[in-house]
Write a new protein. Structure first.
Length: 152
């Protein structure tokens, strides 16, 4: 098992990920704005809302109007490249869809978000299928509470 992990790391070092290839494979044109949006979301640790993405684009010198940005985010979401996340704050946030399976904790006071990588939900999904015949294609599990700083 260790050898295959090292092999995969070496392969990734040899052939870096290409946002342009990813867009092309999704039948989307590789525009500068789409490439930048994908690069931003792909490398962020937390899900981002459209306003934050717009601010990050502006810092990179990419001029995109609000309507175009929403169209880009919607297209990337429809193609399964971005995944919408709902934190019940009146807006959607987005993260790169190909991240390893995880959930989120959000502090209700300061808005801090932390990935929760422990997920033992497979038995629950299997039980839903075996008991009711329902096929779960995706799920969302988010945790809300207070971070360590806000508890003190």
């Amino acid at each position: 098992m260790q050898l295959s992990c090292i092999y995969l790391l070496m392969m990734n070092a040899i052939k870096p990920h290409s946002c342009a290839d990813e867009l092309r494979n999704a039948d989307l044109k590789s525009t500068p704005a789409r490439l930048q949006v994908l690069a931003i979301v792909e490398h962020e640790r937390v899900p981002l809302d459209v306003k934050t993405i717009a601010s990050m684009l502006q810092k990179r010198g990419v001029d995109v109007d609000k309507v175009t940005l929403f169209r880009i985010v919607n297209a990337l979401t429809e193609k399964g490249i971005l995944k919408p996340i709902q934190f019940n704050e009146g807006k959607l946030r987005y993260e790169y869809a190909y991240l390893p399976e995880h959930h989120h904790f959000m502090c209700e006071r300061c808005g801090w978000i932390e990935d929760v990588e422990v997920c033992n939900i497979a038995p629950v999904i299997q039980k839903i299928f075996s008991k009711n015949g329902l096929l779960v294609r995706r799920h969302s599990l988010e945790f809300f509470g207070l971070c360590a700083d806000c508890q003190s």
